[in-house]
Design a protein around this ligand. Sequence first.
Ligand SMILES: C[C@@](CO)(OP(=O)(O)O)[C@H](O)COP(=O)(O)OP(=O)(O)OC[C@H]1O[C@@H](n2ccc(N)nc2=O)[C@H](O)[C@@H]1O
Ligand SMILES: Nc1ncnc2c1ncn2[C@@H]1O[C@H](COP(=O)(O)OP(=O)(O)O)[C@@H](O)[C@H]1O
Length: 274
Amino acid sequence: MTVEAFAPAKVNLTLHVTGRRDDGYHLLDSIVVFADVGDRLRITPTPKTILRISGPLSQGVPTDDSNLVIRAANLIGATAEIELEKHLPNAAGIGGGSSDAGTILRVLRDMTGTPVPDNGLSLGADVPVCMHAKAARMRGIGEDVLPLDHLPTLNAVLVNSMVALPTGPVFGNLEMKENPPMPDAIPANLDAPAFVDWLGQMRNDLEVPAITVEPAVTATLNALNATQDCLLSRMSGSGATCFGLYPDATTAKNAAARLQSNYPNWWIRSTRLS
Ligand SMILES: C[C@@](CO)(OP(=O)(O)O)[C@H](O)COP(=O)(O)OP(=O)(O)OC[C@H]1O[C@@H](n2ccc(N)nc2=O)[C@H](O)[C@@H]1O
Ligand SMILES: Nc1ncnc2c1ncn2[C@@H]1O[C@H](COP(=O)(O)OP(=O)(O)O)[C@@H](O)[C@H]1O
């Protein structure tokens, strides 16, 4: 039996860093949503785990046991032949590897009935929310995932200038470790324009340190801000991917087309976030 699965891009609409644990990991308060662009996986149970990687963005993705897909199968103790088709840039703040791992954990859990230890946290702070793969408020270092069922769908453009930005150095450059969290209650049942207004009052605390490590983030945000009808632009996760929010699918598609013609070598996708 072969199962086909989709590993969506993860987008941090907000990312407040609220403290730092003794082990160096940072406490987060983040609204995480998922895109309709992502990697594709085909999983077939076999006696030995084999990984095959293809797709337009497979370059640079580890093919050995360090790949998060293999680590996810090992964590659950299952073996499978896994075909991974990479469509997401890696080390990009949109959880390409984490979403692959979260998807494998979900599929193998459902196939085998084996519970996932710590919801995959040992594979990465982003893996529990990526295993959930639906809108959520993420707190702790990533282990505390609270589903958010009443967010409006947002029309967005994702932009990555094709520079890989590893997560560790960005946290390392964050000067102020204790910043205010989001309000206790995330507004529910707002329409998209009102929710985008509210998001505008929130932050990504990693934007400044990411720009210190990789100035290309500023160019990406400037390019989004220059597009017609862009309501809000912000970086996702630790970067370098940024997103713009638009009033509807048409304005988002037009902005993506314009950006792609101005920046032919960048990774640019219009998408719906939910
Ligand atoms: C920042 C976020 C926000 O969603 O996204 P990305 O930019 O990676 O997509 C995540 O917390 C990243 O999750 P993930 O990429 O799984 O991180 P991990 O592999 O566990 O950690 C990589 C490094 O980031 C730092 N790190 C990560 C998470 C966290 N809560 N505090 C940290 O300080 C640590 O230096 C760690 O060594
Ligand atoms: N299946 C995978 N896809 C992409 N990257 C992977 C994968 N497995 C391991 N990695 C490694 O994980 C690192 C972080 O990848 P990713 O989750 O895409 O980025 P981010 O945490 O910035 O969102 C990359 O540098 C890459 O070497």
